[in-house]
Ligand binder design. Sequence first.
Ligand SMILES: C[S@@+](CC[C@H](N)C(=O)[O-])C[C@H]1O[C@@H](n2cnc3c(N)ncnc32)[C@H](O)[C@@H]1O
Length: 390
Amino acid sequence: MKRGFLKNGTRSQKQFGDKPPSPVRAPQSTPSSQSAAIMNTTCVYSTSPCIVRADIRLPESSHFLYLPAGRPADMVFVDTLASVKKIAKWPVWSQPPPVMPSPRPFRVELAPGKGVGMFANRLIKAGELIMMERPVYASRRRRYCAPDQNEANGIFHRAAISGLSGSSRQALMALKNSYGSDYDVVFGILTTNFLPIDITEEPDPDNDFLGCFPTLSRANHDCCPSANYFFSFAPYCGQFWAVRDIPKDAEITISYASLVASRAERQKRLLDIHKFTCTCNTCTLPAQAVQRSDARREEIAEISARSATSAASTGMSKKRVLNAMKYVEEEGLVAASVQMQMYAASFFMHQLDFAEGVRWMKKAKKSMLTVEGEDSYGLKAFKGLDPVLS
Ligand SMILES: C[S@@+](CC[C@H](N)C(=O)[O-])C[C@H]1O[C@@H](n2cnc3c(N)ncnc32)[C@H](O)[C@@H]1O
């Protein structure tokens, strides 16, 4: 998911939380005793915009930017000084976050065995925007902090959230912590709830950011999810889009890990990073059905991987492409279908079957709209092709 899944319509899925945020360690000369760790290492860099240096001891310390300016902060951005100075100037902060129509089409309630989850209050139609909101905590995955500010004492993150308004801090602290007592609770909450976000409009793998959301972070995982998470850069909001009709009272789920992997691989990742064993319908199929599901997902993964290479259609047969399309449908992987449809479009174009190529492009465009809405980066890439595709 590089801001959602479909930048350029061809990027492979960037998954959130695929590895925990990793601190970049400062040189060992930094004091590392517990007493030094407890001391306040922050200092105010500027008040307007409100920027706080995380650690006066480190030349390259991370900085905390509190937004919006001049009001109790709804959000903290954690990054280098140069970066937060640029972010502070974005015009989006002068606009209030978009308000979702009331009543909301979902509720947050107990999801047995999972904590809480999001459930549909009414039929939610495929392609509907379920929820959008700004993160309360946004951070580059790799932050720069001293060895005495670690996952166990949470000093760094605690300092970052201390400048948030009471309500934003409470919303964050109310989120689930799946990380257990070896870790500080704030670190645990953040790591449990991170979703991928962006600081650039164009795809940029070097800028790897994570965000925590008061409501979106309540969605549970399913290996055949009913919603797609997309980060819309323009309003600076995370969004959930219904990828199929979601009946009243059904759970609204997203995917935390790559779905085009075998059950064993998915389960390992979910346990290692997200600390649960997935018991979704796909994971609990009878053994033979799991084998078939694995084979379908592995085939989709192989073709998705090819779609990123220039030799994408070399040695590929039409039968195999069309079979893969069927597999995506059989597995209910609506978000993954976009990449496959784009692959099919380019495959047929290479075969000089333009009618078939355009047909798959139209399908991909429609799917992009369903799973990412009008702000989809991939959709924008289609703009010049409108006369052909409409
Ligand atoms: C981002 S939170 C999701 C909301 C969370 N259930 C809550 O109560 O706030 C992620 C955590 O929810 C739980 N979870 C998510 N999906 C799950 C699933 N399919 N089965 C069991 N637990 C799940 C795990 O504890 C996971 O670490």
